[in-house]
Design a protein around this ligand. Structure first.
Ligand code: SF4
Length: 339
């Protein structure tokens, strides 16, 4: 199967129907044993120091792996992708722009999907067949997500990793499904996280830290039971058609649509606090203003750049934040009426 690079979650069903294997360039970048190398490659090519690390990493992956076709999301993800696309073109990479509609309306999504299918030489009938074939993979990862917050048996990192990997199913949906199933089976033999642990939400773009952030939080008596964007990548609300599925996907649209979804999950998952991760030089960081205004819980905003490991300063801020949540919870318990 010919590989096609993707810069974020896109309608993978269409790519697969057209005979491509989608490869999420972000996932390849961040799981590389030496991601700094890929960033350096981009900086050597002239990407500025004050450009987002993810963009530079994607560029590095394309060049190093010789990815010759990339589907670039130009509306609904990242404004930097437009210039990334131009530079990739300069390097001889075939780039295909893809723009999510400005509002999440299946009637607007339908022609966008049809156009993408036509460009890639397939149609939506074939893509819908692929969609049916992916139901089990998506069901399994949602089961894993449920186990994270309902039974406290899945770590925040595992939750993150398998949800975020559903953008391309690690290149092999059948193997992906088997891997998630076996993690679920293994988790049933584990002890649950203690009920007394603080329950956290992680919102914002995926972090550059690998497992560090989640394991540090867990070491300090808390558990991430909700990864917002990662869960959206796994299409939690597939609707009845492909157009509905990608209109229900909140990430490309207004932050207020994301806020509604976040607040619903915060209530269902009984969340105590929210970590908002922002990437240095990312326009999405401005959304912090809206989250702080629209989420009725203390929010810790942390910014990552190109460290790839938690810094001492961030560790201290996390510890202080968890202490604050703990004393807040104690106060709430003390003031709640005794039965
Ligand atoms: S973190 Fe922000 S700037 Fe970086 S690729 Fe993602 S959306 Fe773009």
């Amino acid at each position: 199967m010919k590989q096609i690079g993707i810069t974020t979650t896109v309608p993978a069903e269409i790519l697969i129907a057209a005979g491509y294997q989608p490869v999420d360039l972000n996932n390849i970048f961040i799981t590389d044993p030496d991601p700094e190398r890929l960033v350096r490659l981009a900086e050597k090519a002239g990407f500025p120091l004050n450009c987002c690390t993810w963009i530079k990493g994607i560029y590095g992956v394309c060049l190093e792996r010789g990815i010759d076709t990339v589907l670039c999301v130009t509306t609904g993800d990242c404004s930097n992708t437009i210039m990334l696309m131009e530079v990739l073109k300069l390097k001889g990479v075939r780039t295909i722009p893809f723009a999510y509609p400005h509002i999440p309306d299946p009637k607007l999504m339908q022609p966008v999907l049809q156009e993408l299918a036509a460009i890639l030489g397939t149609d939506l009938t074939a893509a819908n067949r692929v969609r049916k074939g992916l139901v089990e993979s998506r069901d399994m990862v949602h089961r894993l997500d449920d186990l994270t917050w309902q039974e406290n048996r899945i770590t925040g990192w595992e939750n993150h990793l398998w949800l975020v990997s559903s953008s391309d199913f690690n290149g092999n949906p059948a193997q992906y499904t088997r891997d998630v199933k076996s993690l679920i089976a293994e988790s049933q033999k584990r002890k649950s996280f203690p009920e007394t642990n603080l329950r956290l939400a992680y919102i914002g773009v995926p972090p550059v830290y690998g497992p560090d952030l989640y394991s540090y939080i867990e070491k300090n008596g808390a558990h991430v039971v909700y990864n917002e964007v990662q869960r959206q990548f796994a299409m939690p609300d597939p609707g009845k058609t492909l157009a509905e599925q990608y209109a229900n996907f909140t990430y490309p649209y207004s932050i207020f649509d994301r806020l509604t979804d976040i607040n619903r999950q915060i209530a269902a998952r009984k969340i105590d606090g929210v970590i908002h991760y922002v990437q240095a030089f990312c326009h999405r960081a401005i959304g912090d203003i809206i989250f702080k205004n629209g989420i009725n819980l203390p929010i810790l905003t942390i910014e990552g750049n190109n460290d790839f490991r938690l810094t001492a300063q961030i560790m201290t801020r996390i510890e202080a934040y968890l202490d604050m949540l703990e004393s807040r919870r104690r106060k709430d318990l003390a003031s709640s009426p005794r039965l």
